[in-house]
Design a protein. Structure first.
Length: 161
């Protein structure tokens, strides 16, 4: 084998090693991303809210509710961020189609889906930024009977493309 052919073989082996190293490094970085949950309390007794009825009688199809509420920790002792969005009544008195964004110090989490008027709703996380950018998941929400809503966010690592 000629000297120039040996150099080509060596360069090809170096390139393959670099590819293997990058793949192992990426797999290692993904392994460091773990599932976790975050619980917040949305306080509808505070903040801004506005109801826009389509027509009497209410509730009626298309009624809209717009809100910007504080988010607090489970004990209601610490302000975590805001909960801002809107809901449109799609089956008045039963459920609405909603979208809102939880804005926290480490990033944002946007959810969208059907929220029940009573009981528990599970709504998909459709977008994340900041520290939450590598995650997807769902939000489980339910009313506490005092104008507050418990929101349990379950985060799962996004699949690498």
């Amino acid at each position: 084998m000629k000297f120039s052919e040996n150099i080509k073989v060596i360069k090809m082996k170096q390139k393959n090693l670099a590819i293997i190293f990058c793949a192992l490094y990426s797999a290692s970085a993904l392994a460091d991303i773990k599932e976790f949950t975050l619980t917040t309390i949305a306080d509808s007794n505070e903040g801004s809210k506005h109801f826009i009825p389509v027509a009497p009688p209410t509730p009626s199809l298309g009624d809209m509710f717009i809100f910007d509420q504080p988010l607090k920790n489970k004990d209601m002792t610490k302000f975590l961020g805001t909960n801002s969005g809107f809901c449109v009544a799609t089956k008045p008195g039963s459920y609405s189609q909603c979208q809102w964004t939880l804005t926290l110090a480490k990033g944002t989490i946007t959810v969208a889906g059907q929220e029940a008027e009573t009981g528990t709703s599970i709504i998909p996380i459709i977008g994340t930024t900041g520290s939450y950018a590598n995650y997807t998941g769902e939000l489980k929400t339910f009313p506490n009977g005092d104008g507050t809503y418990t929101q349990i966010l379950s985060f799962y690592p996004k699949a690498k493309k």
